[in-house]
Design a protein. Structure first.
Length: 55
C-alpha cells in the first residue's frame, strides 16, 4: 500500500504537495509522532525546528 502525506509550508492552501510518506520520513523523522494524530489535526514546528506541537 502506498501512503502519502499532504504538506503545506505556508498559510497558502494552494501551496500543498502530496509526497510519499517514506520519502518524507527518510529526510525528517520528527514526523513519526504526528502519524498517530487524528485525521484533521494540525501541527506547527517548534521555534528550534526540532519537534511538532499542536497550535
Amino acid at each position: 500500500m502506498h501512503q502519502s502525506f499532504a504538506i503545506s509550508i505556508s498559510d497558502d492552501s494552494a501551496n500543498i504537495a502530496c509526497v510519499a510518506l517514506g520519502a518524507v520520513l527518510s529526510r525528517d523523522n520528527s514526523l513519526v509522532d504526528v502519524l498517530d494524530a487524528a485525521t484533521g489535526s494540525a501541527f506547527e514546528r517548534t521555534a528550534d525546528g526540532a519537534a511538532f506541537v499542536e497550535p
